[in-house]
Unconditional design. Structure first.
Length: 419
């Protein structure tokens, strides 16, 4: 394994050694693509009234429900629409094994308590036997089962003390949740459980029914909490960008900090814009991915800037544009290795990570592609454009390579002036 990795690394570094690609000369197609994607994303958000926030930010209920058969999405949505007002989303979970994700929007905190019950009752009325007055065994808790079965068991001649009853129900519930993923198809399946005598099974058949679905989990966020999380997420992103601006401006010069922040902001805007175009939700995990993306893009940009600074300290007779091109070529193998391997990892997460990680991994897949080229085709051209502007106006500022003008040495260059 280590030999294979070492061979692959050496091969990659060998292929991209001493390259001389004219990155800055080919910057305009990438800048044009960035402008098109940015405008399209912003236009999409304007037409849709902003990003499509998930339950974390807008408030609502997300319920994962497992069905015995493929969930009838249209039937579920129609049934819920007759009972619950506001936006309702129903989508199958890819690779979830007949699971559906049901989302409802809550307009007030008073709706929180009734939301789960309303969804469960609607599903029971649509797919179960709620009208029969029996208890749904597949979705009942242990206390509800105890209250329902305590007296009927006695009438069937099953004499159990409270500890014995709770122990039996615990075994039945464990079998349902652990061995059958929450879905028992027939009460006869329970016969092998210790204590599940024929009289117990008969009591269950008379008092309970088996709904063809099981509520796996429920996430509920109030509208006020969602709004607070949204403002905190925006604040965290802006503070991260501001902190990195200060750091890079201190380590290099202010124009380098501006260029790096513009590139990171560019990556974030395009990623959010594509989420709007593809009608994907912005959730807390997506915000985590965006913050990860900001740090990743900054790191890639700093590597290029650091090489530019090192090259500026060496004797050279090149304009800044040519020196930047050389610096990008010198860091190309490192960029290919780190970005390529990271992209493969998040791509695997996107393809096989399931519905819960879908938004997180999609943001990273988009962000790594955009962030890698923005370090080269967005951040670096900003520094060069600023230097060219200073030169054209004959004003001091930025780095001034020795060959750019005749006369004195550059402000940051080798110790001795160039002849």
């Amino acid at each position: 394994m280590s030999n294979s990795w070492g061979t692959s690394t050496a091969l990659c570094m060998e292929i991209f050694r001493n390259t001389n690609f004219d990155f800055l000369g080919n910057k305009w197609p990438f800048i044009t693509a960035s402008l098109v994607l940015s405008v399209a994303g912003i236009a999409s958000m304007v037409m849709k009234g902003g990003p499509r926030y998930g339950i974390d930010f807008r408030g609502g209920t997300n319920m994962f429900v497992k069905f015995q058969n493929p969930p009838p999405v249209q039937q579920i949505r129609a049934a819920l629409s007759r009972r619950i007002s506001g936006e309702i989303t129903v989508q199958t979970v890819v690779g979830g094994g007949n699971e559906a994700l049901i989302g409802t929007e809550l307009k007030s905190d008073q709706e929180l308590a009734a939301s789960r019950q309303a969804i469960t009752e609607t599903l029971q009325a649509t797919f179960g036997q709620a009208a029969s007055g029996k208890l749904d065994f597949n979705n009942a808790g242990q206390d509800a089962l105890a209250d329902r079965l305590r007296d009927p068991l006695i009438s069937h001649g099953v004499s159990l003390g409270e500890p014995q009853l709770q122990e039996l129900l615990s075994r039945l519930k464990d079998y349902r949740d652990r061995d059958r993923s929450g879905l028992v198809a027939s009460f006869d399946e329970l016969k092998g459980i210790p204590g599940a005598t024929p009289a117990v099974i008969e009591t269950l058949k008379q008092e309970c029914y088996l709904a063809p679905f099981n509520v796996k989990s429920v996430d509920i966020v109030g509208p006020k909490a969602g709004a607070e999380l949204r403002s905190q997420a925006i604040r965290a992103t802006l503070l991260a960008l501001g902190g990195m601006l200060v750091y890079i401006a201190f380590r290099f010069e202010w124009i380098y900090g501006v260029a790096a922040v513009v590139a990171a902001f560019h990556d974030t805007i395009i990623t959010i814009g594509l989420f709007s175009i593809f009608n994907k939700e912005i959730s807390l995990t997506v915000i985590a991915a965006l913050l990860t993306l900001v740090g990743y893009s900054m790191n890639d940009t700093i590597v290029v800037f650091d090489r530019i600074r090192e090259n500026l300290k060496l004797p050279h007779r090149e304009k800044l544009g040519a020196l930047v091109n050389k610096s990008v070529n010198q860091t190309l193998s490192r960029t290919i290795l780190t970005s390529g391997l990271t992209f493969l990892a998040v791509l695997a997460l996107f393809l096989f990570g399931g519905e819960v990680l879908h938004g997180f991994s999609l943001a990273l897949v988009i962000g790594i592609i955009i962030g890698t080229y923005s370090s080269i085709f967005v951040a670096s051209p900003i520094v060069v454009a600023w230097q060219d502007l200073n030169d054209s106006r004959n004003k001091p500022g930025g780095y001034r390579p020795a060959a750019a003008v005749a006369g004195p040495a550059p402000r940051r260059g080798p110790a001795k002036a160039q002849k």
